[in-house]
Write a new protein. Structure first.
Length: 491
């Protein structure tokens, strides 16, 4: 590929970051603006850098769009280019925890130019070495712990640069029903397509898929083969292999595995999508084209997928054949979380004829999906916040409120407003009004309870409490319109 870099003299406002982490990403975009001083100049620098990087990769994107069988053999010069590394550095989170080397974003910034030049030189001569990932854990909504990997700063930087280059290729390849960790796509795009597909297609059965320990179980050998199908530049492939073989450092013990990719790195989401593209997406598209006779709906977000079928026999056949395909690539469907349920426009009517209860529900991307009816008696899909998710969030808020018990109420209110607003921005979909109001009411009670415990002599009166609530807590409101309305606006 040619290494000419296109440039633009016209400044472009920076785009919002892609929604990669659900609610936290939405919260991070709130009330963000320019501040006085050097940061205003930094924003202008980042904007121009983004233009240069995107323009330089336009040739790669055009070739990938034209021919899906082309293997790219000259990509590495885009990775070690100083403009790409600069752009990648400013895409990293400033307050992220340091990796095994202890390097922080602020410290690296102090001598950024020399640091990037040294990193670029090491990449060019092959002296770059990936550092082990520091293992940490976060609490899941069901009480279990999810392992996460904290990557060293330079590793995250190089990974972010590689992801930007590979996105120019794979975004032309990935299936339309794939939404996880992709630029310009979010959880709500997947939820919209699921909602519209159930309404518009003849969906009578829903297959709710869950891959057991996907990020820890995927085969690194197969992953490299999948990458080499499109990427012929051995230097880029070796970078990916270095990250996979870097190992995990936990309590001073280094563990190197031939399976899995550490969650938390910049490259892990893209590599997971590449793996599932060849394992699941392409195979499902071929199955739909060659075998399916009835309507079929597919929506995938990372390793969570929901499929809709018109015929139960086809759903069961797909399920059985997918099990065999997963075994071939060292993966397994979760036997308890993967299930086939009757769901759709005629589910309630059919179950009533058989003397069975209401249609089952399923959870997807934070929402419980329910067969319901509109006020006019028409079928609709009701979406409500998963009960366990809301309870876990409220528990987290109560813990933080107790920690901030003796902080000034205005400071606590400012923090609480950001948290509640972020919750509403994600879960504020039509038919979820009751859950939103309940969430706000529970937050009100928790805050009032903590304020009353600040002193044994006096309690917080509800008159004063209402003034605090009116000032700091946003009202429960629907932030997203119906998917059909959003689709008309987008098109």
């Amino acid at each position: 590929m040619m290494n000419e870099h296109g440039k633009s003299d016209k400044p472009i406002l920076p785009e919002k970051s892609s929604n990669k982490a659900g609610t936290s990403a939405a919260e991070g975009m709130e009330e963000r603006g320019l501040v006085e001083g050097n940061l205003r100049q930094q924003n202008a620098f980042r904007t121009q850098c983004r233009v240069d990087v995107r323009s330089a990769l336009e040739r790669v994107r055009a070739v990938a769009r034209k021919d899906q069988d082309t293997r790219f053999t000259a990509l590495f010069h885009y990775v070690y280019d100083l403009k790409t590394l600069e752009w990648a550095f400013f895409q990293l989170k400033k307050e992220a925890a340091p990796g095994v080397d202890g390097e922080t974003w602020q410290h690296y910034l102090e001598d950024l130019e020399q640091n990037l030049q040294a990193l670029s030189a090491r990449l060019q001569r092959g002296a770059y070495r990936a550092k082990p990932v520091r293992r940490t854990y976060i609490l899941k909504s069901d009480g279990r712990q999810r392992p996460l990997g904290v990557t060293a700063l330079e590793d995250k930087l190089v990974q972010r640069a590689v992801v930007e280059v590979l996105n120019a290729i794979y975004e032309e390849d990935f299936a339309d029903f794939s939404y996880g960790f992709r630029p310009g796509r979010s959880q709500h795009n997947a939820l919209d397509q699921l909602y519209l597909g159930i309404h518009r297609k003849k969906v009578n059965w829903v297959l709710d898929l869950d891959i057991r320990n996907f990020f820890d179980s995927l085969s690194q050998k197969w992953l490299v083969k999948f990458v080499e199908h499109r990427i012929g530049d051995r230097r880029v492939v070796r970078l990916i292999q270095k990250w996979l073989r870097a190992g995990v450092l936990e309590q001073g013990k280094l563990t190197v595995s031939e399976a899995g990719t550490p969650q938390g790195g910049s490259a892990s989401p893209l590599l997971a999508n590449v793996y599932l593209h060849y394992l699941f997406d392409m195979w499902t598209k071929a199955w739909l084209r060659k075998i399916a006779r009835g309507d079929m709906l597919v929506v995938r977000f990372a390793d969570d997928a929901v499929l809709g079928f018109q015929k139960k026999a086809e759903a069961e056949r797909y399920w059985n054949e997918l099990k065999e395909r997963m075994k071939k690539f060292d993966l397994e469907l979760h036997p308890e979380k993967t299930r086939l349920l009757e769901f759709g426009r005629f589910a309630a009517q059919q179950r009533q004829k058989r003397g069975e209860g209401k249609p089952e529900t399923f959870n997807y991307l934070g929402f419980t999906h329910i067969c319901g009816k509109t006020r006019k008696g028409r079928f609709t899909v009701l979406r409500q916040t998963i009960r366990k998710r809301m309870q876990a969030k409220l528990k987290e808020i109560r813990t933080e409120l107790r920690r901030r018990m003796h902080d000034p109420p205005d400071e606590v209110g400012q923090w609480l407003r950001a948290v509640v607003r972020g919750h509403f921005q994600y879960y504020g979909v039509p038919t979820n009004n009751a859950a939103l109001r309940n969430f706000r009411w529970q937050v009100e009670r928790s805050w009032h309870s903590v304020l009353c415990r600040r002193s044994h002599k006096a309690t917080m009166s509800w008159n004063r409490m209402r003034r605090l609530l009116q000032r700091w807590l946003p009202p429960a409101q629907i932030c997203h319109s119906y998917p059909s309305c959003r689709e008309r606006v987008m098109t």
